[in-house]
Design a protein around this ligand. Sequence first.
Ligand code: APR
Length: 392
Amino acid sequence: DTAEVIVLGAGPAGLVLGNLLLASGVDCLVVERADREQVQTRARAGFLAANTVRILDRHGLADGLHRHGREHTVCEFRTEDGRFRLDYGALGLGERHTVYPQQELVRDLLTRYLDAGGRISFGTEAVAVVGAETLRPTVTVHDTDGRPARWQARYVAGCDGRHGAARRSLPTCAVRRHHRDHGVSWLGLLAEAPPSLDAVGYAVHGRGFAGHMARTPEVTRYYLQCERGEAADAWSEQRIWDELALRMRSSEYGELHRGPIVQRTVVDLESDVLEPLRYGSLLLAGDAASLLSPSAAKGANLAVLEAELLAEALVDDLRRGDGTALDHYSARCLAHIWRAQAFSHWMIRLLHGPSGSDPDSLFHNSLRRSRVESLRVSRSQQDWFAEQYVGV
Ligand code: APR
């Protein structure tokens, strides 16, 4: 099989890219390991930044999120010093989030792509990108029946996440990998229960962080800081709800709406950036390009932003013979990526107390308290927070 662009991965990055290329008449083929049902039911992120909505609007990809998404503008901090709310929609640039589960967005993007005649090969695992240093790179794949094949393109877009074939195919001498393990783990939970507060909740507690994020009127995401290496099944539903109630201080601030826990995964908070995001004919976007800790909910938003930049650059090159934007693609994305990394790093230090083994734990805990206090009292700090929190 051949195409002008082969896109690896049908997540937000790959599907925005596929739609934009198709709309400009570029012949592309999306290669996706999972089947269609898996792709459009995987629950992940859900907070779309104002700029993400503008991008999707610009390309007519936002109907579903306007119809079913809900605007969100408030977060609430709960600590040993009390609680306060920030109406971030009225601070900074005055921008809002739209809460729309990522699998719904993926479903919309996929439907649009297929309706427009887009080609996608589900159940097909990309194994490697070969010859990225040439003008005719190929992708080796295993199809649904495990049969090997080799597909050729002019460009390959690696949107296949952190463990995908694109990253694996980069020679180590050509790309530098920045990696930071923040030493903190979260148990990510999806509960079949309505949200417990009308805000994103961030609770800092001596027993660890707890977070609350709305998804839909019936489903809520929670996070509990846990021990590194702890198994997700080690937590019974009773223990999860009791611990959430304790850390979110529900006896003081209101009970949580409990319900069955339908998904649980342990996430180690890590940051990871590849530099540059291009090796010859292979370009990276989304999680394949950089991984953010979930502390600031920026991953999906960056993925959409990068996909638009990449689509424009590829169209310039393939349709007008102008490779300038493609040459600048990596540097433009990295500027956004490092800003997002800086903010999510700041959030991690805001939300977590020192670890048990830290000899300076009292010192670090006092710093952490004082960071939260600055955010409570300083209007300029709040404006900065709001701008960073919703911005990409
Ligand atoms: N071959 C084919 N497909 C693959 C391969 C492979 N070798 N490896 C992974 N994939 C597919 C996955 O099945 C998945 O559908 O690539 C897709 C990658 O999609 P995402 O993980 O959603 O990544 P991306 O599009 O970059 O979206 C980024 O969304 O939820 C947020 O925080 C998340 O930051 C992440 C963001």
